[in-house]
Write a protein that binds this ligand. Structure first.
Ligand code: PLP
Length: 440
């Protein structure tokens, strides 16, 4: 039995750490078992970080900005090093890029540039949910970042189950109805409609339209979180919810963490035009976001905004070329993982099942036994592989047999090795359980 880990394990006596401790818990397991192959985190692969070339492009952004603002290049460098505008520096280039890549039509003034998408989630939760009965509707399981943001802002989440993503609109309607009956005001719906983290699922166009119409009628804002939308490996693109929305209900959240690299910490929120003029709380939503951000991170690093700006200028404000390399690599890694799952679980097809997502960074495996934090530690310590239980993203017990595997980070060889190790753990557990039930 592994010795107890510090984080989370002593908190609730249950099977998973508190939402605020999930990342610490996994980091601690990874630190303690450094040779374990990790499928736990949704990191992009470092092979795609062209960081030296991106850094070398910085002067191009400086020249661009200097020409447009009438400053010298020395003054522009000084400006980049100074405190900056809270809502961002490169809004115009971002507006062009999302116009090209996501068919999103917006002005630079509708965008607030944030320190990663996580900050956008935080400030939106804080701005939109300020009433005592305000709640956020989320699918169960959901991305840990919204759970943490809600907790830090003392806002309750209302999770709803829908194993089949096509059932999402109906599950949402029921859940909103029940929340209202319980005296709550559903204020926000948080969704990752494209290659969801953790499930990998994609919401159909029809379901997106139904959800937008419903939320608009009910006065619920939709946070459309879209880190993975450009990583489609096959099949038809589904339009972003923001692009389908004619009712001013959807707020689009983006990031350059997966398309370029996470250390830039550049994300953004796009507020629909009608909404940015709406003044329910005395100031427009964008002003409110800006106020809250100014007391959080003051402004987003202008140096890293300038690096993103330079890459966008060089790429003609589209990430298609850069993401194309990622698509080829991640598709290959997904295929390697799927092929190795078939091979490693040969003979166990009735007991172990998985999905084959058409994009994104993750797939999910369903096991014939519960897999929680003790199993994470045991699997890492004794079998040398680290995976993410879906129960860490969940609010009940229904995800307790599922795990999320990220195929984005580990190399081809590590994927093959890691899946063999994971399968060895599963077989060991099944044999042990069979022996225990025979002897009892
Ligand atoms: C669904 C989702 N939203 C947001 C984020 C956070 O992105 P960022 O690095 O821009 O803060 C992630 C990161 O994994 C994610 O999976």
């Amino acid at each position: 039995m592994p010795t107890k880990l510090r984080t989370g394990l002593q908190e609730d006596g249950g099977r998973h750490p508190s939402p605020l401790n999930v990342m610490n818990f996994l980091n601690e397991v990874a630190e303690r078992y450094p040779v374990a192959i990790s499928f736990a985190s949704g990191r992009p692969t470092e092979a795609l970080f062209d960081i030296q070339s991106w850094l070398a492009l910085l002067p191009e952004y400086v020249i661009y900005h200097a020409e447009r603002s009438g400053r010298s290049t020395a003054e522009t460098y000084a400006l980049l090093a100074q405190y900056g505008r809270t809502n961002g520096l490169i809004n115009e280039l971002i507006a062009k890029q999302i116009g090209c890549d996501h068919s999103i039509n917006c002005t630079p003034a509708q965008i607030i540039v944030t320190s990663g998408c996580q900050e956008a989630i935080n400030i939106l939760v804080a701005s939109l949910c300020d009433g005592p009965t305000d709640v956020i509707m989320v699918r169960d399981p959901c991305y840990i970042g919204i759970t943490g943001a809600a907790k830090l802002n003392h806002v309750d989440l209302v999770p709803f189950l829908c194993d089949d993503v096509e059932q999402l609109p109906d599950a949402l309607y029921d859940s909103v109805k029940r929340a209202r009956l319980a005296g709550k005001r559903p204020r926000v719906l948080y969704l990752v409609p494209d290659f969801d983290n953790p499930t990998g699922s994609v919401l159909s166009r029809q379901a997106r339209e139904a959800v937008i119409e419903f939320c608009s009628k009910e006065g619920i804002f939709i946070l459309e979180d879209n880190p993975y939308g450009l990583f489609r490996y096959e099949g038809e693109n589904v339009p972003a919810m923001y692009a389908l929305d004619r009712l001013g209900t959807v707020i689009f959240l983006g990031t350059y963490s997966k398309t370029l690299c996470p250390t830039l910490r550049i994300g953004y929120a796009v507020v629909p035009d009608g909404l940015s003029r709406q003044s329910g709380i005395g100031v427009t939503l964008l002003d409110r976001l800006s106020q809250i951000k100014s007391f959080g991170t003051v402004n987003t690093s202008q140096i890293t905004q300038a690096i993103v700006g330079a890459v966008l200028l060089r790429e003609g404000c589209s990430l298609h070329r850069i993401v194309g390399k990622g698509i080829a690599l991640y598709r290959h890694q997904r295929d390697i993982m799927l092929a190795n799952l078939v091979h490693a679980f040969n003979g166990l097809e009735d007991h172990v099942k998985w999905n084959a997502p058409a994009g994104g960074f993750f797939l999910c495996v369903e096991l014939p036994f519960d897999f929680g934090r003790d199993e994470v530690a045991r699997c890492a310590e004794q079998f040398g592989v680290l995976v993410m239980p879906l129960s860490f993203f969940s609010f009940g017990t229904h995800q307790r047999r599922r795990v999320r595997l990220a195929f984005s980070y580990a190399s081809e060889e590590k994927i093959a090795d890691g899946i063999a190790r994971f399968a060895a753990y599963v077989r060991y557990r099944l044999i042990n359980e069979r022996n225990t039930s025979m002897s009892s």
